[in-house]
Design a protein around this ligand. Structure first.
Ligand code: NAD
Length: 495
């Protein structure tokens, strides 16, 4: 699977300056503006992005609207759209390694995870929604004789999609898959530090036969491009994955413009609760370490708060520290690395600030806590475990979005539930126990959209992912994702 020679060739392949994609063709920004793309592997610029403007967003929205209104995509038979999307998925698979390496050079994720979670996951997602779309039926309501109540679902129209940098292809595909399958047109805004592989993905979509205007990509700065999409009077639905800070702004933009529906997939502070009766402690150790440290903790569902029952606390934490110290962090294009680079200098600084604050509060840094491999120029951080964390500490409540794990002991199930829920977030959680009843009680009591039992991660496309509390208000994945992109329409007919 890992052709090391090919990865090495792609590592330093020249990447031409990137353009916007509007109405099926590549264009520079309207004012010619560009921005450097800095690789987190060495801190060096390796190409440029077009720095989109409000005018570019207007042009993209207009082309998406025209494409939607004239039915060049929306009015096609679902089975025809399916064929284009299946071809797109195949092209992504054929170019998977190229896409993955380009993405890694841009965002720093280790190649093992990047290949699986980025192009291959994006292709699987597009397939899933392509295959679903000609199997969704409307409804005939159970009404009295003399009337017919018919409920159909129509594509909402123009969708604005704003995505983050941690898994650009996977997360964009969670939105593009259902939106395009059901006939919407899309204006996509990738993150500043992870645009290149998404632009390539969109090009492959055009190659597969997406008509011009159906998928537009505007790169550039969030407060310019993202804001213009948020404030557009002609975007019907806005779907977003990213921080709560920006999510709040998007709700305001909606209120200030056309009341577009805004679906938010935000951050988390996900508890991982290990009871003394966990079926296999060694497995729980390995899975818990990977659940926070893979992709340098830059995973929305990262299990960043570890709660361990006191009777096994010392043993568990000592095994966890030993396991963590063995994790190979470094060059993300080396397939042996289990964690790569932190995405940007700013994110690295934020991670280190959280650790410094914990240190000043007198918490114990059991392992890690510092930048490493500085001589490479890249942004690498040692996996960090902090003990003595109090439930009210920032580390116990706020998202770091880096390789920093807070550990807290507990005695009873009630205490574990209270500690798990003591955060404004509610995205993901895990419980390790051999007691089936306890597992079910915990699943019910933890306020999170996804609760794992005796495992972490790996929940496939067939199940929804969405947050409770301040982790969001919508769902990606599964057939439920269609709800965001389809309007219900009732026809009430007198017979
Ligand atoms: P971010 O909120 O800083 O940026 C996300 C996107 O919003 C980027 O494309 C950015 O350019 C854009 N943006 C920035 N300012 C904007 C503005 N004023 N108006 C409109 N758009 C703007 O998030 P990030 O740092 O890229 O990503 C990390 C966050 O994403 C974390 O909080 C993480 O938990 C979250 N996330 C959530 C999920 C999920 O499924 N719930 C998945 C992955 C990441």
């Amino acid at each position: 699977m890992f052709d090391r020679a090919r990865i090495e060739a792609l590592r330093s392949a020249e990447v031409p300056p990137a353009s916007l994609i509007i109405n099926g063709s590549k264009r520079p920004a309207s004012d010619g503006g560009v921005m450097d793309v800095i690789s987190p592997l060495d801190g060096q610029p390796f190409t440029t992005l077009a720095k989109g403007t409000e005018e570019d967003v207007e042009a993209a929205v207009a082309s998406a609207r025209e494409a939607f209104d004239d039915g060049r995509w929306a009015a096609k038979a679902p089975a025809e759209r399916k064929q284009v999307m299946l071809k797109w998925a195949s092209l992504i698979e054929q170019n998977a390694l190229e896409l993955a390496v380009l993405g890694v050079r841009d965002n720093g994720t280790e190649i093992g995870m990047a290949l699986r979670a980025e192009p291959l996951s994006a292709a699987a997602t597009l397939r899933y929604y392509a295959e679903s779309i000609d199997k969704l039926y409307g409804e005939v309501a159970p009404v009295a004789e003399g009337h017919l109540g018919m409920v159909t679902r129509e594509p909402v129209g123009v969708v604005g999609a704003i995505v983050p940098w941690n898994f650009p292809l996977m997360i964009a595909a969670w939105k593009l898959g259902p939106a395009l399958a059901c006939g919407c047109s899309v204006v996509l805004k990738p993150a500043e530090t992870a645009s290149l592989s998404l632009l390539r993905l969109a090009e492959l979509g055009l190659e597969a036969g997406l008509p011009a205007g159906v998928l537009n990509v505007i790169t550039g700065e969030g407060p310019v491009v993202g804001r213009a999409i948020g404030l557009s009077m002609d975007v019907d639905v806005l779907v977003f994955t990213g921080s709560g800070r920006v999510g709040r702004q998007l709700l305001e933009y909606s209120a200030q413009s056309n009341l577009k529906r805004v679906y938010l997939e935000l951050g988390g502070k996900s508890p991982n609760v290990v009871f003394a009766d966990a079926p296999n402690l060694d497995e729980a150790v390995a899975v818990s370490a990977n659940a926070i440290f893979r992709n340098s903790g830059q995973v929305c569902v990262a299990a960043s708060k570890l709660l361990v029952q006191r009777s096994i606390y010392d043993e568990f934490i000592s095994k966890l520290c030993a396991f963590t110290r063995e994790m190979k962090v470094g060059d993300p294009l080396n397939p042996d690395s289990v964690a790569g680079a932190v995405n940007s200098e700013a994110q690295l600084a934020q991670n280190l600030r959280f650790v410094e604050q914990a240190r000043q509060q007198g918490r114990d840094i059991l392992t890690g806590g510092e930048r490493i491999l500085e001589e490479t120029g890249g942004y690498f951080m040692a996996p960090t475990i902090v003990s003595g964390v109090r439930p009210e500490d920032p580390l116990a409540r706020e998202e770091v979005f880096g390789p920093v794990l807070a550990v807290i002991p507990f005695d009873t199930e009630e205490e574990a539930v209270a500690l798990a829920n003591a955060t404004d977030y509610g995205l993901s959680a895990a419980v390790w126990t051999s007691d089936l009843s306890r597992a079910h009680r915990m699943v019910r009591q933890i306020k999170a959209g996804l609760v794992h039992v005796n495992t972490y991660g790996g929940a496939d496309l067939s199940v929804p992912l969405g947050g409770m509390k301040q982790s969001g208000n919508g769902h990606d994945k599964s057939l439920h994702a269609f709800d965001k992109y389809l309007d219900l329409k009732t026809a009430w007919i007198k017979l």
